[in-house]
Write a protein that binds this ligand. Structure first.
Ligand SMILES: [Zn+2]
Length: 458
């Protein structure tokens, strides 16, 4: 019988890792690990990244990667550091985005370790990174890419194929089939499930029939705001233009920044907004936009991302040139929660002037400058200075990349026969429990919320 284990994203939203092992009498085991994500957020969670895997990395032949986000891919370089010699299988776009994100993650690991050592803030001497740039390079060499829809047969009993999850460029759900003792068992891993009718991202593909399902539940107890992103951005840009101000949008570099460019350029094409330059000020967002542009078939974009009004600012000099921008204008820069990066320079200059607008797109974690702005702080601290907040603030709602409870149910409704069991993962306990209840009540299906480390025999 195949065995499925929940080694991460159980009771929390990060650290996705699900090994599937096929055991048959008289034959060697065959194993594939679905995702190898990093724990993020609270220290207690991040410390789990240091715990050893319950199997030998050098014995693991395959990792199947649903998408490039660090909470799904971030421990791959650590796997390389521990002797992994197998293959990582992903879609082509996921490989390209993983290059960008894993190299950046390695740089952050090295910087954090150097900072702790410099300040003497570590119990471990010297503090080490989880992995370094060499490990990221090593794992990137081990990628094999496969398009959506084509089966990949592992040497013995496991086969799988990707379906578009509509969550991020390249994102996939994984349909896996394990052939044992003359029978076959199928498991569908939803990965991070996208939404219906979102700009740029396609709708998630219908779920293929499967005996078991591992389903995400990030927003299992919530409904996203239903306001049109087009209407919201049109209004905010028009109000800012009327004051001859600058709209600055702090944004995650991969995914969110491209959606914002797309919405703005669709509004300009439809003449709902005048044609304006959009300044993209983040080397990572510039590179991610190029990757998006190389995969036009996987999204709705027909050139909106590379239109001539999208002005890329890669170098520090190009970024500094924006200090002379008087307005009206639009700047998209990272980081999304204002934790660091180039956005801070823009905010220092623009926040004290009431002509300008800062539009927050997405969740702002407790303790971040983004949250302070949302809560109406009169000043925020940037580079040791208290900067007065006089610019307008706007909260763009509904930019989430994850299906909410209603959308998950809508997606499940496309299944003809119920899976034997749905395992709900990738959610805080309240969200997972609420979604479990709702699926049981609406559909009468069997739903379980596995604990961390739990194993299920399928
Ligand atoms: Zn994701």
């Amino acid at each position: 019988m195949p065995e499925l284990a929940f080694l991460g994203a159980a009771g929390t939203v990060t650290g996705s890792r699900y090994p599937v092992t096929s055991q048959e009498k008289g034959r060697d085991d065959e194993r594939a690990l679905v995702d190898c994500g990093m724990y993020q957020g609270l220290k207690e969670l991040r410390q789990r990244n240091w715990e050893p895997l319950p199997f030998d990395a050098s014995d693991l032949p395959f990792v199947v990667l649903t998408h490039a986000h660090i909470d799904h891919s971030g421990m791959l370089p650590r796997l390389a550091r521990q002797g992994f010699k197998g293959a990582v299988v992903s879609t082509p776009a996921t490989h390209e985005l993983a290059k960008l994100l894993l190299v950046d993650a390695a740089r952050l690991q090295e910087e954090d370790a150097a900072f702790l050592n410099r300040k003497g803030l570590t119990k471990h001497r010297p503090a080490l990174p989880l992995f370094d740039a060499g490990d990221a390079e090593a794992i990137l060499q081990r990628f094999t890419v496969r398009p959506y829809g084509e089966w990949t047969e592992l040497p013995d009993r496991i086969a799988f194929r990707f379906h578009n999850a509509g969550h991020l460029l390249g994102s996939a759900m994984v349909e896996m089939r394990v052939r044992e003792n003359g029978g076959a068992t199928t498991v569908l891993f939803s990965g991070d499930l996208g939404r219906f009718g979102m700009p740029l991202n396609p709708d998630p593909a219908s779920p293929p029939e499967a005996d078991y399902m591992v389903l995400e539940s990030t927003y299992g107890d919530r409904a996203h705001c239903g306001d049109s992103l087009y209407d919201q951005l049109e209004r905010i840009v028009k109000e800012t233009l009327a004051r001859r101000g600058i709209l600055v949008v702090p944004s995650f570099a991969v995914g969110r920044a491209q959606q914002i460019i797309y919405v703005l350029n669709v509004l300009m094409e439809k003449q709902r907004l005048p044609l304006l330059p959009i300044h993209l000020d983040s080397p990572m967002a510039v590179e991610a936009t190029r990757i998006y542009a190389r995969h036009p078939k996987e999204q709705e974009s027909r050139g909106e991302l590379t239109a001539r009004n999208v002005i890329c600012h890669r170098t520090v000099e190009e970024s500094k040139a924006l200090n002379g921008l008087e307005g009206p204008g639009i700047i998209i820069s990272s980081s999304g929660m204002l934790a660091g990066g180039r956005i801070l320079h823009h905010l220092k200059r623009l926040l004290p002037d009431e002509r300008h607008t800062v539009a927050l797109a997405g969740y702002q974690a407790a303790g971040t400058r983004g949250r302070a702005l949302q809560e109406g702080a009169g000043t925020i601290r940037i580079h040791g200075e208290e900067v007065p907040v006089r610019a307008r603030l706007a909260d763009l709602c509904g930019f989430s990349g994850h299906a909410d409870a209603g959308e998950i149910l809508r997606w499940l409704a496309r299944k003809e026969r119920p899976p034997r069991t749905i395992f709900l993962t990738h959610g805080e306990p309240e969200a997972a429990t609420a979604l479990a209840e709702r699926i049981r009540k609406d559909k009468g299906w069997t739903v379980r919320v596995p604990r961390l480390g739990e194993q299920a025999v399928l």
